[in-house]
Design a protein around this ligand. Structure first.
Ligand code: ATP
Length: 353
């Protein structure tokens, strides 16, 4: 992370939090890279961005923090990176307390913010070298570190080119390299692939997997469910400042229950509403979750494989025109929909594996 001062001073914690401060109350076992107990963050204008979250991220894990715009992801990551001070609760990062040991934390983490922090007028190599200086990498080790990182992010061939000539994906990879010069055991990545095309996104994913394979703990925030599914060992979903679900991608998908029947319909929203009502009243799908989609409806239930064709017949009997259907396993999109009742908004550069 950049060795800057906290960007904002916020109210000091209330009594409850103070009593947990200073390491007097252990919040975790030794092997937690991040341990969070009742974290709250209320901004100076009264916005309660984080409202009492608990979590533990073990060393070596690839952890995903998912949520829509404004859910509280960046606020949480900034507390972990000691850029914001919590207004309640206790947080330890790499075993250090975020309030009283911020210097130790900053020296032991990497932070890739949403906005890249590279200097466009410097070459790729100069940017990494500059980061080495800023992080106090010993002079004698810098050249080796620079070439090692250029290789790791696949920029060795363009080491002497100025960053301003780079594509968005190359800039992101360079930024990620600068966050790693001091070999931190824990790296925070705040929406690192937002706005990138699928190819650039995939290259960054490879890079993140590589550093995780080398033992680095990764805390990733993302709006892309596919990204979380591809990369993360475990996820937490944050909504309006509260964690509403957590678990491995597979476990979260299992919790959705059953399979998903997607039905495509002609006839716009009136047909979709009519079809949704029929599906909801369908006896064989007593516990089904039925949602309207862009071009039809989706029905999630244990019994869709068994009774899906009966539903199609019922739709036809109601003079609805089915133009396509498909039965599939739940995705993280379905998990998100089941938890929040809403689809997670993303841009149009959907990632592909
Ligand atoms: N400096 C600030 N002062 C007051 N409110 C803020 C400030 N920064 C963020 N917020 C508010 O706090 C809430 C959480 O914002 P945050 O940026 O943490 O969400 P996010 O999940 O990271 O969203 P995004 O994906 O848009 O970055 C939002 O309601 C936001 O408007």
């Amino acid at each position: 992370m950049s060795p800057s001062e906290p960007e904002q001073s916020v109210e000091r914690p209330h009594d409850d939090a103070r009593s947990r401060e200073g390491g007097t109350t252990a919040v975790t076992g030794d092997a937690a890279a991040i341990a969070v107990d009742g974290l709250e963050l209320v901004y100076a204008d009264g916005t309660a961005a984080v409202r009492g979250i608990d979590m533990a991220v073990p060393e070596g894990e690839f952890f995903g923090f998912l949520g829509p715009n404004g859910a509280g992801k960046t606020t949480t990551i900034k507390v972990f990176a000691t850029l914001l001070s919590p207004t309640g609760g206790a947080v330890r990062v790499n075993g250090f307390d975020v309030r009283s040991e911020s210097r130790e934390i900053r020296e032991s983490i990497g932070y890739m913010a949403q906005e890249t922090s590279i200097d466009p007028e410097l070459t790729a190599e100069e940017n990494i070298r500059f980061a080495c200086e800023a992080y106090g990498v010993p002079r004698g080790e810098r050249s080796e570190r620079v070439s090692e990182l250029l290789d790791l992010v696949d920029l060795a061939g363009v080491a002497d080119k100025r960053a301003e000539e780079f594509s968005g994906g190359m800039k992101k990879r360079l930024d990620a390299a600068t966050a790693l010069v001091h070999r931190p055991p824990l790296v925070f990545l705040d929406e690192p692939t937002t706005g990138l095309d699928p190819k650039a996104r995939n290259r960054l994913w490879d890079y993140f997997r590589r550093i995780n394979d080398l033992g680095t703990t990764i805390f990733l925030t993302t709006q892309y469910l596919e990204e979380a599914d591809q990369l993360c060992d475990r996820l937490a979903v944050i909504l309006d400042g509260e964690i509403v679900a957590d678990g491995s991608p597979a476990a979260l998908k299992r919790e959705v229950g059953g399979e998903v029947l997607d039905v495509e319909l002609e006839g716009g929203s009136t047909a979709r509403q009519q079809a949704a009502t029929i599906a909801r009243e369908f006896d064989a799908f007593a516990d089904a979750s039925v949602t309207e989609t862009d071009d039809g409806i989706s029905v999630t239930a244990e019994t869709v494989r068994q009774y899906g064709t009966d539903l199609l017949v019922a739709l036809r009997d109601a003079e609805l025109t089915v133009t396509g259907f498909n039965i599939r396993a739940p995705t993280l999109d379905d998990v998100f929909l089941a938890i929040t009742g809403e689809e997670l908004e993303t841009d149009d550069t959907e990632a592909v594996p």
